[in-house]
Design a protein around this ligand. Structure first.
Ligand code: UD2
Length: 429
């Protein structure tokens, strides 16, 4: 009994780090002298053991706190990933390649013995369609996307003198862009008062988002990928299924519709159409994050038109913004800024659809026939669905009579802190 008590006390003392005098069982007679004689040593051992346990406790506490922190961060990022994954899933389900129950339509039979286009490539080597006139039937595509109630976001930036391009951009988009479908324009501008009051069709909305005026030309393109990255994760995924990002100095001349939508699409740059990959305007300096070595490349894509599901655009914009930030920290800037990073991204993340130069033509190229000497369209210009706008030296465009707002709705908000990673907040003006 007494041995048992002694063992119990010893173990308690060890656990607490202190001797336990006068409590519990009295010490046995045999044990007392040995304990007294060994008192200084035991005291030392116990104080050592006390420090040892103290350190262990601290380590355990640190471990528990670290794992709690990690779990919290993982849950947060998982939450964002989950949200975006759901958004992407929704967009994936809306792809025209998904099986949906279409109603009866009458249209020409697809002819297996005929090329849809004889003079151009209509499919990439990774089996993504290249969209040209005559390669699709818009009625079938419309039916597919109507059944799925798709909403498309059209994002454009108009800062400084480029606000003058907004009127023709918006007016021609109302006439030709995604007609019959739900569209939300996101216009990022430093002059919200100068956004023309365009008559919007029913089912179409516009959000005017105020951004600070950039200091110089370089600062115009710098924050665009950052804004796209943040807005896609915070706002776009709640409001739209697909994003189309376009330069503002373009006009829509012909139908531009559901045929362009896919998880990730890029547009072939008209200047590099039909050219050898080694002549592409890739960044060739190995130190840059946008570097593409000679001997690589599929197509040279224009930054004037790209897009996809909200998740894919978020991934693209985040990767480009991060690469630009890494270069900027080392005072490196790629030759064609955003376009260089976009091209590197699309080389290693193959787009699921490629738009032919019909979708981004440039009338200025008409004055440069030498550029097209290798191209098969010398006698037959490609259909110009979207073209760059001609402009005068001061960047102005002709004609700007104002129209009243139609059935669609317009909202104006202010974007704060666009050049920092932490803040991208919308608050009503
Ligand atoms: C050409 C090329 C494009 C890219 C670009 C490089 C074509 C079809 N396009 O477009 O692919 O190589 O040159 O710069 O060949 N912006 C403003 N305010 C400004 C300046 C630009 O809002 O003061 C915005 C606006 O959305 C504009 C876009 O940036 O549409 C691009 O403007 P740009 O003048 O750099 O591009 P651009 O039209 O020469």
């Amino acid at each position: 009994m007494s041995r048992l008590c002694g063992q119990a006390q010893m173990s308690l003392g060890l656990r607490s780090g202190f001797p336990l005098p006068g409590r519990g069982c009295p010490p046995s007679q045999e044990e007392t002298p040995r304990t007294m004689a060994q008192l200084p040593q035991t005291h030392l051992e116990k104080s050592k053991s006390h420090s040892f346990h103290y350190v262990i406790c601290l380590l355990l506490l640190a471990l528990v706190l670290t794992s709690l922190g990690c779990t919290f961060l993982a849950l947060r990022s998982q939450n964002l990933e989950d949200i975006l994954a759901r958004a992407s899933l929704a967009a994936k389900e809306m792809s025209h390649l998904e099986v949906v129950n279409v109603s009866r339509l009458v249209y020409p039979q697809p002819n297996l013995l005929l090329f849809s286009k004889e003079d151009v490539l209509v499919q990439t080597p990774w089996l993504a369609p290249i969209v040209w006139e005559e390669t699709f039937n818009i009625e079938i595509l419309n039916e597919h996307f109507w059944l799925q109630n798709v909403t498309v976001g059209l994002v454009s930036f108009a800062v400084k003198k480029y606000v003058v391009f907004l009127k023709p951009f918006l007016e021609t988009a109302e006439a030709h862009f995604m007609v019959g479908h739900r569209v939300k324009y996101y216009i990022f501008t430093d002059q919200p008062d100068r956004v023309p009051p365009i008559r919007l069709r029913a089912g179409r909305q516009m959000a005017i988002l105020e951004v600070p005026t950039p200091a110089g030309r370089r600062e115009v393109s710098g924050p665009r990928m950052e804004i796209l990255s943040h807005f896609s994760s915070l706002h776009f995924f709640k409001e739209v299924d697909y994003l189309v990002c376009a330069h503002v100095d373009v006009t829509f001349q012909e139908h531009v519709g559901m045929e362009i939508l896919s998880a990730l699409f890029g547009t072939i740059h008209p200047v590099f159409f039909g050219r050898h990959r080694d002549t592409f305007a890739y960044e060739r300096w190995p130190q840059s994050q946008a570097h593409v070595p000679l001997g690589e490349g599929d197509f040279y894509y224009t930054e004037a038109l790209f897009g996809g599901s909200v998740l894919e655009v978020h991934k693209l914009a985040t990767a480009c913004h991060e690469a630009m930030a890494r270069d900027k920290a080392r005072h490196v800037e790629a030759v064609w800024r955003e376009e260089s990073y976009l091209n590197k991204y699309l080389l290693y993340h193959k787009p699921t659809k490629v738009l032919s130069p019909e979708y981004m033509w440039d009338k200025r190229l008409m004055d440069l026939p030498a550029i097209f000497q290798n191209v098969r369209f010398q006698d037959k210009w490609v259909l110009q669905r979207i073209t760059k706008q001609p402009r005068t030296r001061d960047g102005s465009v002709q004609g700007s009579g104002e129209k009243s707002s139609g059935q669609g709705t317009v909202t104006t908000s202010k974007v704060k802190g666009i050049s920092t990673l932490n803040v991208t907040k919308l608050s009503p003006v």
